[in-house]
Design a protein around this ligand. Sequence first.
Ligand code: HEC
Length: 494
Amino acid sequence: MKIFLWAVAALVGIVVVLVAAIALFAPVSVAWRGMLADALPWLIDAPRAELAVVESQLTVPAGYSLSLFAADVANARMLRVTPTGDVLVASTRPGQIILLGRDRDGDGTADERKVLLDGLDGPNGLDIAGGYLYVAERSRLLRIRFDAEAGAVQGDLEVLADDLPGGGNHWKKPIRFGPDGLLYVVVGSSCNVCIEEDERRATMLRYTADGEFLGIYATGLRNSAGFDWRPADGELYATDNGRDLLGDDFPPCELNLIREGAFYGWPFANGNRIPDPDFGTGRDAVIAASVPPVFEFRAHNAPLGIVFLRSDRHGPYRGAALVALHGSWNRTVKDGYKVVSLHWREDGRIESRDFMTGFLVDGNVIGRPAEVAEDADGNVYVSDDYANAVYRVSPGGTAMALDVQGRGQPDFHPRPQADPARLVEGQALFDTGACLECHTVAGGNVDGRVPLDDLAKKYDFAALVDYLEHPNTPMPPVTDAEARVALAEYLLAF
Ligand code: HEC
């Protein structure tokens, strides 16, 4: 009997040591740590509920002043200035287009705010032409009559196209009218790196203003989230985000000079025609025929919006391009998180300088610039989909810095507080739902089922929830919002 008790005690001891080792050293998710912390509070810290507030100052170059034009603009992405100087913002996640009234009283903030369109499906692309407001949703191109004087839309939404590929990773669709009066639409890749089934993925498309599809304009663009025509040479320049999972410093993000029919390398090559380790082998000819970037940003800086400064009020900055660097998530030390100005030098080379900084403080993210736009008076607007803000940078004035407070959230994209109950619910949904018919978790590739491990390398929480709502075929969408959140919680625990 005594021996039996000793054996039981030894076994309990071993289990405790094992659990402790896992809790302390295994790369388990916050959710599992939370459960362990509940069970063994003396062993590990519970996930932090309160995050410190981080103070920062946003700064712009001498000769510019800065103001918080509008706060609490949820998920503020693309911006366009109307002919009367109001600022339109695509509020992508709530699905709205918001009008921020121009600053007539000179206090640096928007005089009014109204929702022009609501209930849209992931609107991002936005432009105004010929008395219409154009919007690109996840898979539709829309337009509606827009009265700039009244700052109001009129009549019904007209669907110009409803078949754009909308699933997968890069579903946001930037649009802009070119000097030729045609509408350019970017469709990002569905994945980090893969061979696409839909030939319109990882391209730029072109439409007439009435929505007639004119064809694919350029290919091999993984995710060209911003583009603009440079007034000095009339050429079209587009940012492009390099692929992930090849380390901290490779591949570079790109600025490409876009020409009709040209191929820009993805998924076979990265940067200056460097063959991709996964897809580049045996592709020498196609890589040789690809067009290298005209400028390379540092890896994972994630250049999104770009605008060439056209107003005379910019002095030495006139003709430079401002680019919003959204910032890295796939990098050990965070990088990007600022607006830079690109200057075309006499010798043809392009030089980058910091323009608006302070979004990153000691590794803490205060904000993530997403888009830049300029009004007729040279005021520049910068959207931030992390701080949910729109800033204004104006030539002249004195105030050169803006005090801001961040959430001190060290992780990429805030994630709902890990909830053990939700995790268990997610597991139950996964096991009893149809998921197991087509998937394994952490189980490798069994019977041709798609393994779902390491999803955290590909998706942040919000992106995974989105994927479950808009999956690629043949997967059926998860229609219940709470089920999506629970499933995402569960799947990210691997
Ligand atoms: C009819 C088969 C089928 C069912 C049922 C199904 N899936 Fe899928 N799912 C797929 C396929 C196939 C893919 C890969 C699609 C692609 O190639 O992009 C996929 C992709 C995914 C992905 C993205 C994987 C990645 O690496 O990007 C997630 C996450 C996912 N499924 C979760 C689920 C969950 C959760 C369920 C249950 C609610 C489910 N799936 C049910 C077939 C299915």
